[in-house]
Each structure stands twice: as structure tokens, then as C-alpha cells.
Design a protein around this ligand. Structure first.
Ligand code: BV8
Length: 233
């Protein structure tokens, strides 16, 4: 088998589950506690901004009581030691990849610890709350919103993502149900461009049949083992 020169990794809520962050579709998951239409759409935000700002203030505050797990740490090791090209794309808005040691993380659906000003469109690091309508650090307008991509909005850096999917020789999906697009379509893009495709997940996802190989189990076990394989021990 030709050496792996370039890897694209996509992670989802499953990689942060063992750190204590709710996934979306599991029993008691986020989408059971809140209606997607109410808390994760521009229309929901227009209808009831307090509900949405509170939802994201709550999730941002919850980051203080969770820690990265061995799956996050193993991907940071891969970034440090892999000689080839590596692009780590996450659908997660938490900061556990960075706190696990990854320096280069592409948050295609945004970040809890970032604010987007609806007046001047600048994005600023944000660690507090937004429910009290604090002023934008740049233009001072009280028009901040969570810097996350809601349903119906365009994910971030799609051009860079598609370019990497076209040239990678290995695509790896970790802890995602394959229910949300365009992320759920990346395996097809990579495969169509000739890449090998591997899924690491607790249970089969909606896209499992499109992967060359699927390994089932908890990310905290599967990911360190796979990284050791790539790095040769
Ligand atoms: C867009 C940020 C135009 C906010 C999120 C094509 C067909 C059908 C529909 C569409 C389509 N194209 C677009 C759509 C509409 C929509 C969509 O996909 N709807 C779905 C519901 C059908 N998509 C959009 O609106 C997107 N925008 O399309 O713009 C466009 C078109 C083309 C190209 C560019 C743009 C925007 C979607 C982004 C919405 N924002 N998040 C927030 O977080 O609050 S989505 C959010 O939900 C997450 O970011 C993530 O993407 C998704 C949740 O999925 P997962 O992360 O996979 O989590 P889930 O709970 O589902 O699964 C967890 C998995 O982990 C499970 O499989 C489980 O088995 C596993 N697991 C659990 N524990 C472990 C584990 N695995 C390992 N170890 C464990 N311990």
C-alpha cells in the first residue's frame, strides 16, 4: 500500500462525548432538549433571540467543566509527528481539539468561543455571555451573535475543504452520524477523487456503506490506536 502522503480528518460530536459534551442525536441529546428550528436557525434567532443567546451562553459556560480526552490528544500527536499533509476539519463548536493540543483546526460550523458582529461582521474571541447584549469590541454596536453556522447558512472555508478532499489520499471520519450536509457528503467527494476512506464511530452512521473500512467503538480507544498505526507505533 502506497505511503499515506495527505490526510483529511472530519470529526463530529462523538469525539467529545466521552469528555461529557452532549451529542445531538443521542437519547437525551441536544436536539431532544431543544427544537433545532428554535435554537439553530437564523429564523429562530429573529423570532426569539433571548432563547438562542441563552442556549449558546449555556453551552459556552459548560466548556469550563469538561476536558479533552485521549482521542483529541491523539489527533494533536498526529499533527506534531505526521510528515505528510494533514487537515483537521471539525463540525464541533467546542474548543477541545485546541485544548487537546491541536494547533490547526478548521471549525466549519463555527466556535462557541467566538462572537460575530451583525453590524461590522467582525469575529472576536468571546468567553463571556451575550444575553445582556454587550457591545461589539470593534464597532461597539450591541449586535453580537454566536459565531456558529446555523441551518440554512453556508459553512466556513468550503473552498479550502473541497480542495483538500480532491487531493487527499486518506479521508477519516470520527464520531459523526453523517446526518448533516455538506459535511455528510465529504466521504463521497474524497472517494470520487481516489482517496481511501475510513470511519471510526461508536455505531454505524448514515454513510457507513460509503466507507472502504468502518471500525466500531469509543473514540478514546479507536483514535489513539489508529494514530499509532499511521505513525508506526
Ligand atoms: C447549508 C452549529 C448551503 C450549531 C450545526 C442536502 C440534503 C439534505 C439536507 C441538506 C442538504 N444540503 C443542505 C441541507 C440542509 C442542512 C442539513 O444538512 N439538514 C439535515 C438535518 C438534513 N444543512 C445546512 O443547512 C448546512 N448549510 O447547506 O448551506 C450549502 C450547500 C452546499 C454547500 C455549502 C452550503 C449547515 C449545517 C450546519 C448547521 N450547524 N452546528 C450548533 O452546534 O449548535 S450542525 C450540528 O449538527 C453539528 O455541527 C453537526 O454537524 C451536526 C450533528 O452531527 P454529529 O456531530 O454527527 O452529532 P450526532 O449527535 O448526530 O452523532 C454523533 C455520532 O457520534 C453518532 O454517530 C454516534 O454513534 C457517535 N458517537 C457517540 N459517542 C461516541 C461516538 N463515536 C465515537 N466515540 C464515542 N464515544
Amino acid at each position: 500500500m502506497a505511503a499515506t502522503r495527505s490526510i483529511v480528518i472530519l470529526t463530529g460530536a462523538g469525539i467529545s462525548a466521552e469528555s461529557g459534551i452532549d451529542t445531538f442525536r443521542s437519547a437525551g441529546g441536544l436536539w431532544e432538549q431543544h427544537r433545532v428550528e428554535d435554537v439553530a436557525t437564523p429564523e429562530g434567532f429573529a423570532r426569539n433571540p433571548n432563547l438562542v443567546l441563552n442556549f449558546y451562553d449555556m453551552r459556552r459556560a459548560a466548556l469550563a467543566v469538561v476536558e479533552p480526552n485521549p482521542a483529541h490528544e491523539a489527533l494533536a500527536r498526529l499533527e506534531r509527528e505526521f510528515a505528510g499533509e494533514l487537515l483537521l476539519i471539525t463540525q464541533n463548536v467546542d474548543d477541545l481539539h485546541e485544548r487537546g493540543g491541536s494547533a490547526r483546526v478548521l471549525h466549519m460550523h463555527g466556535e462557541l468561543k467566538s462572537a460575530l458582529c451583525q453590524s461590522c461582521e467582525t469575529r472576536s474571541p468571546w468567553h463571556g455571555t451575550m444575553i445582556e447584549r454587550p457591545p461589539c469590541p470593534v464597532c461597539r454596536a450591541p449586535t453580537l451573535r454566536p459565531d456558529v453556522v446555523w441551518f440554512g447558512e453556508m459553512p466556513y472555508q468550503m473552498g479550502r475543504i473541497y480542495q483538500a478532499l480532491e487531493t487527499c489520499d486518506l479521508f477519516v471520519s470520527i464520531g459523526t452520524s453523517g446526518a448533516v450536509y455538506p459535511a455528510a457528503g465529504f466521504v463521497q467527494e474524497a472517494r470520487a477523487a481516489g482517496a481511501r476512506t475510513l470511519e471510526l464511530n461508536l455505531e454505524p452512521s448514515e454513510g457507513s456503506r460509503m466507507f472502504h473500512e468502518t471500525r466500531l467503538g469509543p473514540a478514546s480507544a479507536l483514535v489513539p490506536a489508529w494514530v499509532a498505526e499511521v505513525l508506526g507505533g
